[in-house]
Ligand binder design. Sequence first.
Ligand SMILES: C[S@@+](CC[C@H](N)C(=O)[O-])C[C@H]1O[C@@H](n2cnc3c(N)ncnc32)[C@H](O)[C@@H]1O
Length: 385
Amino acid sequence: MKLLAKTLLGLENVLAEEINAIGASNVTQLNRAVSFEGDTEIMYKANLNLRTAIRVLVELETFKISGVEDLYKKLFAMNWQDYIGRLQTISVDSIVFSKLFNHSGYVALKTKDAIVDKMREIHRIRPNVDIKHPDVRINVHIAENVCTVSLDSSGESLNRRGYRTDAFAAPLNEVLAAGMLSLSGWDKKTPLYDPMCGSGTLLIEAAMMAYNIAPGIYRPEFGFERWITFDKDIWEKVLDHAQENEIKYDGNIMIFGSDSDSKALQATKVNIANASFSKRIEIKKEKFENTTAPTENGFIITNPPYGERITTDDINALYKEIGDTLKHKYTNYTAWILSGNEYAFKHLELKHTKTYSLLNGKIECKFREFRVFKGSHKEYKTSEN
Ligand SMILES: C[S@@+](CC[C@H](N)C(=O)[O-])C[C@H]1O[C@@H](n2cnc3c(N)ncnc32)[C@H](O)[C@@H]1O
């Protein structure tokens, strides 16, 4: 099978490594996606195990088209009865980069018509469209005159792991949080701390990585489980394999979180309990400025506010406080900070050692590493002069 995993900008490399690790072949990085090849088992594994994939598409056919009637004809000719059951519901997503069509919505409509007409011809009954919970999701991608038709094997997007039932303020997309942890190079052993944990996304993703827990293990369902070709034996084998590989809890991996807002703490608590991590993650309500380092050395990974909701003065003061706190209380720590506020970053008054460009929703962000050691502040000042 030809497969395509979609991801967020800046995480293509991390995703390609993950795909190699599940044993796929012909792994190729694209823009916000990685293509690869594999059998049914690889497709199930991809959905269950890839931390930085948003969805996994299975390519059915690629063909050239000359216009809308040609598109309809070629879609009608496909063997939809092999993929869609007599009483199943469908939905169609379309992405169009082509002068042949003005509207991606029109392409979706034509695709749906072709499929419905074909199914009616075969089964004498038309399949219903269900936008929210279809049995089979069809994806049509048109780039100029090339049309690729795929099935979406994930269903609901894969960042919806199932543990986050309570969200506070602006929670990170789970895929972005997992990607940040991978990019940071955290070794999954060093004590990890998020002092502005919000709903706890980074903490829970970190715990899942540290204990080798598959990110999809809490999900109620994947799209492919509704397919007429679903192979329960292979799926159970994939699930058993993932569970056998989990690392047993022994109290050795320390993960801490804190936040100044009690509602954030409450959300984190609920989400941690959903993931059954209450023993594995320690949390408390505290302003970062008032904290003391939970361990002698460690790894901080955090996503402070960027200032959309508070004033410039306040945001600059907050970043100054974060920088001072790191310099005075977190010497020997490596800190990774994601922020969409370049100007506020400067108020940390720390020199970064690595940087990645990422998108948090629509906000362009920098994800930066700061190695904090005694005298960091003085060195920064010197380097600025
Ligand atoms: C953008 S949110 C973090 C979202 C989080 N990464 C998640 O995925 O849910 C920023 C958090 O910083 C917290 N915060 C702001 N100022 C703080 C401070 N001085 N000390 C501790 N937490 C603070 C806010 O309460 C908020 O929960």
